[in-house]
Every structure is written in C-alpha cells, then in structure tokens.
Ligand binder design. Structure first.
Ligand SMILES: Nc1ncnc2c1ncn2[C@@H]1O[C@H](COP(=O)(O)OP(=O)(O)O)[C@@H](O)[C@H]1O
Ligand SMILES: [Mg+2]
Length: 698
C-alpha cells in the first residue's frame, strides 16, 4: 500500500467507515502502512490524520477506561455487569465470594437502576447459597423502605423461601436483651451509645438512659422498652433542672418510639434472631420514619455484630442489602450532629471479619463520610452522576483523570463505571437486561402467610412462671395493664412490703422500722426505692416535722396500689385507721403507741357517746383523750367542750410548737377560767415528746 492509495479522500473516508466495524485491525494496518512511506513529511501528515481519525473512532468506545482482561474480572460467583470492550466480544464482570465480604456500593441518581441491580445481586447470592442438602449457607437480608424489593422478591419463583417480614406488624424484638453469650451490661452500654445517633440524645441524656437500664437490669433482669419509659417517668427531678430536661426529652422519644414501633419493642419475647440470621429476609420498613428505621436497623446491626463470631479467614455468611442506605442509616444527620463515628462505619469496619457483607445503594454519595467509603473495597458500581459533588467523589475514589471524568459525565443509561477487589482500575460496564416481575396480590398473600408460619415457630417461649407467680394464671390483658411492672418484684421486696403492712409497723418512723427489720438500713432503703418505683408506686415516703427543735422523721405509707397488690397476693392486712392526712395519721399512730408502751390500753379514733377522739386511753375509771391540734384554735376549743360532754375526764392537746401551745392555753384560760387547768381537765404537750420519750405519764 502506498500513499498514493490514500490521495483519494473519498477512499480514505470509506476506509474510516469500515473502521467502525473493525477499528483495531484497521488502525494497526494503517500504522504499518505508514512505515513504508519514504517521504517523512507526508508520513507525518498521514500519522496526524490517523491520530485524529483513531481518536474519533475509538472515543465512541472507551479509550479512557480500558477494558480489563477477561481472566481478571470474570472468575467469581456473582455477576455485577458486563465489561464493555468496544471490540464486540463482551464478558461478565464478577465478584468472588471471598471478596464479597469487603462490602460494595452502587451509586447513581434516581431511576438509574440501583434497586434493580441490588435485588438482582441479592437474588443471585441467595440462589447460589443453596447446598446439596437443601440448606443455604449464606443468608441475604434486604432492607426495603419503598416496597419495591418486597414486590420483586415475592414475584420471583426461585426466592420462594425468602421471608417477607412486615416489621412493625409481625416482628418482636426486645432490644435490651443481649445476644446469647454477651454480657448484658456491655450490651446496654453499646445500645445506649448508639441511641445518641439514632435518637439524637446528648451525652448527659444518654447516661440517664443507661443508668435507668442498669437499675432495671439489677432489679429484674429482663425488661423492655415500656419499662424503661415507666422507670424514667417516675423519677422526680427539680423542675427546670438539667435532669428534668433530659428526662423530658427521653420520655418524648421513648413515647414516640412506643407509639409507632410499640408492637416491635413492647415485648419480653423476641423472635429468634440467631435463626433469622441463617435465613434470607426482606425487612419491610415502609411507612416508618427515618428515626424509627434508623433505630431498628441500628439495633439489628449491633445485635449481629455482637452475635457473629469473628473468623480469621472471612467466610461469607450474611449479606445486608441496603438500598438508599444514606436514608436508612440517616448518615446526613451524623454529619450535622458532628458524629465522627457513625455506627455504619463501625459496621463497615468490623463486619468483614464476621463474614457479614454490606451491599449498599445510594443517590447521595456526597453525604457518606470518606472513612465509610474507603471501607467499601469489594466493588463499586457507578452510574452517570447527575451533579458535580458526586462526580468529584467518584473521580477521587475511582481514581479517574479529567478526561475520564468528562467521559463518565456523558455515559449512557445502564452504562456504569466499575471497580472490583480483583480489578481496582476502573473499567466500563453495562448492566444487562434484568427481568424482575412484581408479585401479584395472590403471590404476595401466599408469601406473607408462609412468613407468618415461620415467625410463629421462631418466637421465644412464654416467660417462665416465676415472673408471673403472683397470679394463678396468666393475667388478662386488662390485669396486665393495671398491674404492669409488678411481676418482677423480687421475693425480698414483696416480703418487705408485707412487713410494712403489719399493724405494728404502720406509720413508724423509718429509723424505727429499720431497727425492727433484720436487714441493713442501706438495703431497706433500696427495697423502699424499688417499691416506690414499681408501677404507679406501691408505697410513699413522707417527711414529718416535729415542730421547732423536733427532729423530722420519715414515714412510709402504703398506697392503694400497694394494698391492691397485697390483696392479690392473699396477704391479709388492715389499711390504717385514723383520719385526716398522712401527717395527722402519723401522729395518731405515734401517740397511740406511747401509752401502750407503758401498759395502758389506747385506741385510735376511740368512740364515746357519739364522739370520736384522735386517741383515747381508758383504764380503771380514767378516760383520757388526746387531740392533735394541727388546725384552728376555735376548732380545738369546740373539741374540748364536746369531748368533756361526751364523758372524757381529761383532754390532752398535742401541738407542734411552743407558740401554739401558749396560744391554746391562754384561749382556754380565757374561756373556761383557770379552774379547768387546776382540776386537771386539760393538759398540753409538744408532739415531738411522743417521738422522743417512751416513758412519760398521763
Ligand atoms: N437492568 C435493568 N433491566 C431492565 N430494566 C431496568 C434495569 N435497570 C433499571 N430498569 C428499569 O428502570 C426502572 C428504575 O430502576 P430502579 O432500580 O428502580 O432505579 P433506582 O433504584 O436507581 O431509582 C425500573 O423500574 C426498571 O423498569
Ligand atoms: Mg431505588
């Protein structure tokens, strides 16, 4: 071939057109032919022309993203895409099972086909996991927020055994219970730290939740979301203090979570997650808010992390397919809240060793922290991005030069830039035509029913009897609601309630109680706190002042709920007699014990001729009444007259302060003269005396 052959431009163009079919061969031939040209000038001219021509021709393929050799990308188990060679013969780009644990990501704008590709990939993994014995050695968990994956999975025959779990409706999960073999306290610490990210707690608030969980753990072992809420709700803090503000924020969050996810978390009985980790599942999260999805997935991720053993040679066991994962894990929020270590990063880092792989899809790669992205080395599949931010991140992570970036910006639909563990240099791929039929209503119903049956068999057994031993049978729902939280009282705690209910112990000052009880003051305090914290409160503590110079004392009152429980337990006890408020009743009991301690019979609310006195003491022929003068003076004077009329010989007024004592004394002298004092018809005492001395005389 000589230059002359090419002088005819028309002929040259014909050659170029032919080159469309077999460009590479053509270019080689042309270049070879220039060697035979003697005229250097002409030769140069021709080369220049060829360069332009080659450029034009080959640009339609991918001069900037050379195809990797088949031997590098094709061995593997799961198809990702087909390599575009530009030379006609295309071959699949695959990922090997061992590399799948290194996680992967599919990036692209809405409608690019991410959900399609992820579902396709998940289905391949699920199908290929089937062993000869009919069991599967790898499970795929799909997280579906839009219902799309659910429909595709239900419509695919070969995925019949994939469970479709409607999360709020069908799933039960006690998130506070650690996976088997994991320390409960450690689990709670991790769980509550994660709350910072999911529930937006401040550190201080997070500590409050953690401490509440520890208290419940010590008190009763197993507890659930509602009990955490109840436990925090009964705590009393100074209004406006930091504690009370934290308390409010926790209560709001927990209430909200119980309202929407109540059926999931308001339970002691979980579905067996360890068994579910061996099955492919679509977690249906449609209709849940980002917060709730975030909490739920965070819980699952934590549970799996704690449960799965570390294997030194990573063996693929479980895949998390997360479409729109930036939405699912609310990665954007972490950035706003300045959280440096989102739990997603933790997952990306630690899951590989446990044989758990993350396969993620997202539209907004620019919200994902680079540390997370650099942990995704299994595979990258990038569709043409729709904006500059994503393009920049892609060009960084896929090591594209500026010409390649230009090319990527013009990529056609279904064309993707890929990178795998085996081939870290970006290459051009094309997603093949995938057929994912959406399920019919019939198919959907059959699958839901199947799931229900499996889930029923995976629910933990009813809690063992000791928790419900207060009742002969399982309480009805109504009982359970009104008596909620009582089941977990320990025997010691119930014994202490019974001890408090004994007549001799009613309204004793706490210090006296603790002397009588054989347990330590510290322990008794704890028991009292537990009774206060249980349900609506089984007891109340009151502070009683003894008036000026009188030491204040605390006393216990059993609430209606407390008596209700005692009755349920079949413990016979009389509620206190007396009248008025707790303070009045306390003094009635205290005063009554005073003469009794000296061997005189005394009675609270003693009746005589239609008139009851606060405390009456009668012996031989003497009839002494004690009136507690906490109210108005005139009322006391009325009492004085009517008590005498009713046949009492002597009225003792018990008052709080010396001032009141003097006032009352003067008033009586003024009204009835000194005579009543001289005849010993009336006497006055400070209330504190009844607490301090046991050996006075009447
Ligand atoms: N590989 C494919 N083969 C056939 N159809 C596809 C493929 N990828 C995407 N599609 C079509 O494009 C639509 C959008 O795909 P989808 O996966 O939902 O996009 P994305 O999740 O990125 O928003 C699908 O409903 C489907 O009809
Ligand atoms: Mg999608």
């Amino acid at each position: 071939m000589s230059y002359g052959d090419y002088r005819d431009k028309k002929h040259l163009w014909e050659m170029a057109a032919k080159a469309e079919v077999e460009k590479v061969g053509w270019v080689k031939r042309m270049i070879n032919s220039t060697r035979s040209l003697q005229d250097m000038k002409r030769r140069e001219k021709l080369l220049k022309f060829l360069t332009i021509k080659i450029h034009q021709n080959v640009k339609e393929d991918h001069p900037f993203l050379p195809a990797p050799p088949k031997s590098l990308v094709t061995p593997g188990s799961y198809d990702l895409a087909r390599v575009v060679t530009g030379r006609g013969a295309e071959y699949p780009a695959r990922i090997r099972k061992v590399d799948a644990t290194e996680h992967g990501i599919i990036v692209g704008p809405s409608g690019a086909g991410k959900t399609y590709s992820l579902t396709w990939l998940g289905q391949q993994i699920h199908r290929k996991a089937l062993r000869a014995d009919g069991k599967r050695n790898i499970a795929v968990w799909f997280f579906d927020t839009e219902g799309q994956i659910t429909a595709y999975m239900a419509g695919t025959k070969s995925c019949e055994d994939v469970l479709l779990i409607d999360v709020p409706r069908d799933f039960r999960f006690n998130r506070y219970k650690a996976p088997p073999g994991v320390d409960e306290k450690e689990h709670i610490t991790k769980l509550t730290s994660q709350e910072r990210e999911c529930k937006y707690y401040r550190d201080y608030t997070m500590n409050m939740v953690r401490n509440a969980c520890f208290e419940l753990l010590n008190r009763q072992g197993i507890f659930n979301e509602r009990q955490v809420l109840d436990h925090i709700a009964v705590k009393k803090f100074k209004p406006g203090s930091r504690d009370s503000m934290s308390q409010e924020s926790i209560l709001n969050r927990l209430r909200e979570s119980l309202e929407y996810m109540g059926s999931v978390y308001d339970t002691h009985r979980s579905h067996d997650l360890a068994a579910l980790a061996k099955r492919s599942v679509v977690w249906m999260l449609q209709g849940l808010s980002t917060d709730h999805i975030n909490t739920f997935i965070g819980d699952l991720i934590l549970w799996i992390k704690e449960y799965m053993p570390v294997c030194y040679v990573p063996t693929l066991k479980l895949i998390f397919i997360m479409d729109e994962f930036t939405h699912i894990c609310d990665i954007g929020r972490c950035k706003r809240a300045d959280i440096q270590e989102p739990y997603m990063l933790d997952a990306a880092r630690v899951y590989r060793k446990r044989g758990v792989s993350l396969m993620l899809g997202t539209q907004s790669i620019y919200t994902v922290p680079n540390v997370v992205l650099s942990n995704l080395s299994g595979f990258w599949i990038a569709h043409r991005p729709s904006e500059g931010y994503s393009m920049r991140i892609l060009s960084d992570h896929l090591a594209l030069n500026s010409e390649q970036v230009e090319y990527v910006a013009e990529m056609l639909k279904r064309y993707v830039v890929c990178r795998t563990k085996e081939c870290p240099r970006a290459f051009l791929g094309k997603i093949p035509e995938i057929d994912l039929p959406a399920a019919t209503d019939m198919e959907m119903a059959t699958r839901v029913e199947h799931t229900q049956r499996v889930l029923d068999s995976l629910l933990e057994p009813e809690p063992q009897s000791d928790q419900l031993s207060l009742f002969d049978q399982k309480p009805t729902d109504e009982q359970a609601e009104t008596l909620f939280g009582y089941y977990h009282l320990t025997k010691t705690c119930l014994d202490y309630l019974e001890f408090l209910a004994k007549e001799a112990h009613l309204f004793l000052p706490v210090t006296e109680l603790d002397k009588l009880d054989s347990i330590s003051n510290y322990k008794a305090d704890k028991l009292r706190q537990q009774l206060i914290d249980t349900g609506p409160g089984l007891i109340k503590i009151h502070r009683i002042t003894g008036g000026k110079m009188g030491r204040p004392s605390s006393t216990v009152e059993i609430t209606d709920a407390g008596y209700h429980l005692l009755a349920k337990l079949g413990i016979k006890c009389e509620p206190p007699t007396g009248h008025g408020d707790t303070e009045h009743k306390f003094w009635q009991y205290t005063i009554c014990r005073w003469p009794i301690a000296q061997g005189f019979p005394a009675k609270i609310e003693q009746w005589r001729n239609g008139k009851a006195v606060d405390v009456g003491v009668e012996w031989d022929e003497r009839k002494v009444a004690v009136e507690i003068a906490l109210g108005k003076l005139d009322k006391e004077l009325e009492n004085f007259v009517s008590d005498l009329e009713a046949g009492w010989d002597k009225i003792i007024f018990a008052v709080l302060t010396d001032e009141k004592l003097k006032k009352l004394k003067n008033k009586i002298i003024e009204k009835f003269g000194r005579k009543s004092l001289e005849e010993e018809k009336v006497a006055f005492m400070r209330l504190k005396t009844f607490l301090e001395t046991k050996d006075g005389h009447i």
